[in-house]
Design a protein around this ligand. Structure first.
Ligand SMILES: Nc1nc2c(c(=O)[nH]1)N[C@H]1C(S)=C(S)[C@@H](COP(=O)(O)O)O[C@H]1N2
Ligand SMILES: [Mo]
Length: 379
């Protein structure tokens, strides 16, 4: 630990001194492992460009990746026939498709929890919705086949544990079989029509829409079909797990009272204008943003400029496809000069709303889906 207040020199004035190649404007939260988030106003595109997608690494990216020698093997105790595919096999033998999928880190919003939770202090920017190019995970799982007792899959990847101990995995998570077999769950080699950037798992990754980003294994080289809940690195303890019932902030929660996070909760962002805007009185303000709801759809998006006393409906679009975020627009008028906050609140298709305040405290600070807000000065 560094003394409080002393940051590594590489991080001091990070915007100027240290930026990620090809990702200008991202806020670096940690340089080893590399973790960086996107300020809300840089997420204004309806489809997130690679240059503006957050980076969340648990370990160190693999060295010397050669896509010509890359293979994906399928195994595990519940596989019927273990198989190994080259990238050319995957691209040539399975139906290629493209879809937009929201990727959000389970810890997005962690910075607001009190008492603070350890880990990267994500504010609002560990989310994005690029278009992914690849194939259905389901098609590959069905090609190797699985036994009746298959209940879960797990992934393994080529990145390295921070200790560089080859016996340790940086992360190895998974999802239940039913989620793996969804039409939208995919194995991707491209983002927005280009090969994945190294930061995002080049040459191959999983993308599991609507679930914590940690299920979307990068640098993917092995999938295991399991007859039990996958027990790889970061599947147990407080990693990506939350209490089964609301707990008072602070005390430790017994392990048997914790459960694995599945679908992410309803959430939204105001991506335009940038917080802190100054506008003249009598000028109409156009707001734009996105909303998403894990496995569900977003049913409505409302805006308040009076701290939640009154709300107006935004124009909310349908998702480009299932598990893609939904874009919205709203027009607001300010009655007097002064300091305002614009708040956005999404409600999902089951009637569950984003909370205005920080929801359920949990030991690792996951699932903060409280309303995003921006400041507006009317002068
Ligand atoms: N192999 C591997 N896969 C990984 C990770 C990782 O560290 N190693 N991080 C996970 C986490 S916690 C998240 S939120 C997403 C982030 O994806 P991105 O960096 O492409 O935005 O990747 C997931 N897949
Ligand atoms: Mo994550």
């Amino acid at each position: 630990m560094l003394p409080r207040g002393l940051v590594p020199i590489a991080l001091a004035n990070s915007h100027m001194a240290f930026a990620i190649d090809g990702k200008p404007g991202l806020t670096i939260l940690n340089d080893r492992p590399l973790n960086a988030e996107t300020p809300a106003h840089l997420l204004n595109d309806d489809i997130t460009p690679a240059s503006r997608l957050f980076v969340r690494n648990n370990g160190l990216p693999p060295l010397n990746v050669d896509q010509n020698n890359w293979t994906l093997s399928i195994g595990g105790e519940s596989v019927k026939t273990s198989k190994t595919y080259t990238l050319a096999d995957l691209k040539g033998n399975f139906k290629n498709f493209t879809q937009a999928l929201t990727l959000e880190c389970g810890g997005n919003g962690r910075a607001e929890f009190y008492p603070p939770a350890s880990g990267n202090q994500w504010t609002t920017g560990a989310v994005g919705c690029p278009e992914w190019n690849g194939i259905r995970l389901k098609d590959v799982l069905e090609d190797s086949g699985f036994k009746d007792d298959a209940i879960y899959i797990g992934y393994y990847s080529a990145d390295r544990h921070l200790s560089q101990d080859p016996a340790k995995d940086a992360i190895s998570r998974g999802v239940p079989m039913w989620k793996a077999l969804e039409e939208e769950s995919m194995i991707a080699w491209g983002m927005n029509g280009n090969p994945l950037l190294s930061h995002h798992g080049y040459p191959l990754r999983l993308v599991i829409g609507g679930w914590p980003g940690s299920t979307s294994g990068k640098w993917l080289n092995r999938i295991v079909i399991r007859n039990r809940v996958h027990d790889g690195a970061k599947m147990t303890g407080s990693s990506y797990r939350v209490p089964k019932y609301p707990v008072k902030a602070g005390p430790e929660v017994p392990d048997e009272d914790m459960e694995i996070i599945e679908s992410m909760p309803v959430k939204s962002l105001i991506t335009s204008p940038k917080s802190g805007l100054e506008i003249p009185l009598n000028q109409t303000l156009e707001l734009h943003g996105h909303a998403w709801a894990g496995d569900l759809e977003v049913a409505s998006l409302s805006i308040s400029i009076d701290f939640g006393q009154t709300w107006i409906d935004a124009k909310l679009k349908k998702p480009a496809n299932r598990h893609a975020w939904q874009n919205w627009d709203a027009t607001v008028n300010f009655p007097k000069k002064g300091y305002y906050e614009a708040w956005a609140r999404a409600v999902d298709s089951e009637g569950t709303s984003q909370p205005m305040l920080i929801p359920g405290w949990n030991p690792k600070g996951y699932l903060n889906n409280s309303c995003h807000r921006i400041a507006v000065y009317v002068v």
